[in-house]
Ligand binder design. Structure first.
Ligand SMILES: Nc1ncnc2c1ncn2[C@@H]1O[C@H](COP(=O)(O)OP(=O)(O)OP(=O)(O)O)[C@@H](O)[C@H]1O
Ligand SMILES: [Mg+2]
Length: 599
């Protein structure tokens, strides 16, 4: 389909290259842009925070060597006063900064999530066939959460740590450079540990996040399929499957945490050894008179203050790593170009000018990564206002065929013309307001009946809705507890299959499209209701061009002409009675279907 082949979630199980992960996190900076002033304010507060915190140890050193050594109580009070004010300012600043930090990060997260959702909407249906819903859910929820935590915590800590380390090192060098060299020497093993950590942690984090997507998928599938699972008595089996996935997630998480804790304890050990070294050498210097007690105290206080940013940088690396892999996973989706999109010069046609002639010209279709041609040269002409039924064996490609006029899929070759214009030259939104499709599996949304009905035409009047409800024989909606305002459960589970189908049909009718495409819209109805719906539908179809997939001989009555889809082509086309006389295959398909119904 001309688009880059999609990475499947399984493939992305392979650890990505570190470089690409960093790039993807960097690409997210465009979402920070609207918040740049807030962020600038935030960074200034962070800086102030560091400076106010690090001014304290030298003041303590000064107190020891000055007022304390000389028993100057008023002088001591002065210094203590300054320290107290600094401490209070530090705490207040911290509070304000945290508030800012969290709210800003949440706003950024919400923006990215919105953009991701929007992107998911424009991706073609094939994308959703390949991606497990759970993997997408994990990206929209937990991965973005990780990115947010990084922007709120990790990034702030990273900059704070670097700033603190730089300032403290400067102070240490200023107080006593020989002792500072000991501290600097410990940086070498720290960096080595950090590098090793970076290499091991990234793949481990990615594999954990991927697995967490698997767990979401398993949970989501069992929630949606709960009826089938119970009916087949497969509860224990599904539980075992879920447990396996959950167990895998646990072991991957533990593996990841092990890597982190190993590095962190290494960090601690080295930093503590550094403090020991300074204490020994420093005491010798104090004894020899080349260093004052106050300076040694200030030095050690600062060195201890260094422990926090060093530990934090380990934590930052962990979070940064997770955010990178999360960003990578999020960009797996962002980087998928919609395979079906507007051409540069796409036109808009006015609904009132559409005559509704639909022509298939040598249309071929194969699913991505599938060599079988489901449609192998379909030629079909539906005249304006005509209703054409599509019949064919199960699996012959009927659903595939009727997904083409509204461009849910694009043909691999050949073209489809609406009033002589290639439908790919029309703006998608425009096309879909002219050509409306209702599928056999009626998907309803967890909103009110009214909202479900008006989904395709938000401006529909009460009279339009009533009319559509009547055509679809869906009057049962008025008997629901709150009438049209009753909320339907997710997937319309609180309605029967036939009720859902009639509602979906009504929804398609509300749009008053120029071309109505129905994929076996009456399959779940009893014979009596079907007849009622058909009679009402016949009125609607009178001046609408329609393509209707049929399984039962009774539904064929709706159509002016019937097309038989066989081995990827239209094998026969004509009136029902003509085909019954001339096409043994047609007779075969319809009688097989009616037997099925009878059975
Ligand atoms: N997303 C997909 N990816 C790959 N192959 C698919 C996909 N959807 C359907 N197929 C295959 O395409 C063929 C035609 O499927 P289609 O759903 O169009 O048949 P149908 O005529 O509508 O069948 P039915 O009467 O049972 O509804 C089938 O062999 C099916 O396995
Ligand atoms: Mg089908």
């Amino acid at each position: 389909m001309g688009s880059e082949r999609l990475k499947t979630p399984e493939e992305s199980d392979n650890p990505p290259e570190q470089k690409s992960a960093l790039t993807n996190l960097w690409r997210m900076k465009k979402y920070l842009h609207p918040y740049r002033y807030r962020l600038a304010l935030l960074w200034s507060m962070v800086l102030l925070n560091i400076v106010s915190g690090l001014a304290i140890p030298p003041l303590v050193g000064r107190a020891i060597d000055g007022p304390i050594a000389h028993r100057d109580i008023p002088g001591l009070w002065a210094i203590v006063g300054v320290i107290a004010v600094l401490g209070a300012a530090d705490a207040l600043l911290n509070l304000v900064r945290r508030y800012f930090q969290t709210t800003t990060a949440m706003a950024i997260e919400a923006d990215i999530r919105g953009a991701l959702y929007e992107h998911l909407q424009v991706l073609h249906t094939g994308f959703h066939d390949r991606w497990q819903t759970g993997q997408l859910l994990a990206r929209v929820t937990s991965d973005l959460g990780m990115v947010r935590r990084f922007f709120a915590g990790g990034l702030v800590f990273a900059i704070t740590s670097v700033g603190m380390i730089a300032i403290i090192m400067g102070q240490l060098l200023f107080i006593e450079w020989r002792l500072a060299l000991i501290v600097l020497a410990t940086a070498v093993p720290l960096l080595l540990i950090g590098r090793k950590f970076f290499r091991e942690y990234l793949p481990a984090a990615r594999s954990e996040q991927d697995q967490s997507g698997e767990v979401s998928s398993a949970a989501e599938e069992s929630a949606l399929g709960i009826r089938a699972i119970k009916a087949l008595g497969r509860g224990p089996l599904m539980a075992a499957r879920f447990e396996k996935e959950a167990e895998e997630l646990r072991s991957r998480s533990i593996f990841k945490s092990m890597i982190a804790s190993r590095s962190w304890s290494g960090y601690d050990a080295i930093a503590t050894a550094g403090v020991g070294g300074v204490l020994v050498l420093g005491s010798t210097m104090v004894a020899g008179g080349s260093l004052s007690v106050g300076d040694l105290t200030a030095f050690i206080m600062l060195q201890l203050a260094l422990l926090w940013p060093i530990e934090a940088s380990g934590w930052v690396m962990a979070h940064g790593n997770e955010a990178m892999t999360a960003a990578d996973r999020v960009y797996d989706v962002f980087d998928t170009e919609p395979a079906i999109k507007d051409r540069p010069n796409a036109k808009v046609i006015d609904r009132s000018e559409v005559r509704g002639e639909l022509v298939f010209e040598d249309v071929r279709f194969a699913f991505e990564d599938d060599s079988r041609e489901i449609l192998a040269g379909v030629d079909l002409r539906v005249k304006p206002g005509e209703t054409v039924a599509i019949a064919g064996k199960t699996g012959s490609g009927k659903t595939t065929l009727v997904s083409l006029p509204s461009r849910l899929n694009d043909p691999t070759a050949g073209r489809i013309l609406l009033d002589g214009t290639d439908i790919r030259d029309l703006k998608l939104e425009n096309l879909r307001s002219v050509v409306t499709t209702a599928f056999e599996e009626a998907t309803l949304f967890s909103m009110s009946v009214r909202e479900n009905l008006a989904l395709g035409r938000p401006g529909a009047s009460e009279a339009d809705l009533e009319e559509a409800v009547r055509v679809a024989q869906a009057e049962f909606v008025y008997d629901l507890p709150y009438g049209l305002d009753t909320r339907i459960g997710e997937q319309g589970l609180s309605l029967s299959g036939g009720q859902r189908q009639r509602l979906a049909l009504a929804r398609a009718v509300v749009v008053r499209p120029a071309v109505l495409v129905l994929d076996d819209p009456l399959s779940a109805l009893d014979v009596h209701t079907e007849e009622l719906v058909e009679r009402a539908l016949a009125q609607v179809l009178r001046d609408t061009t329609a393509l209707v997939v049929v399984h039962r001989p009774s539904t064929v009555a709706l159509a002016d002409k019937v097309a038989l889809l066989h081995e990827g082509r239209i094998a026969a086309f004509g009136k029902h009675s003509e085909l019954m006389a001339s096409s043994p295959e047609y007779v075969d398909v319809l009688s097989a279907e009616s037997e099925e119904v009878a059975a």
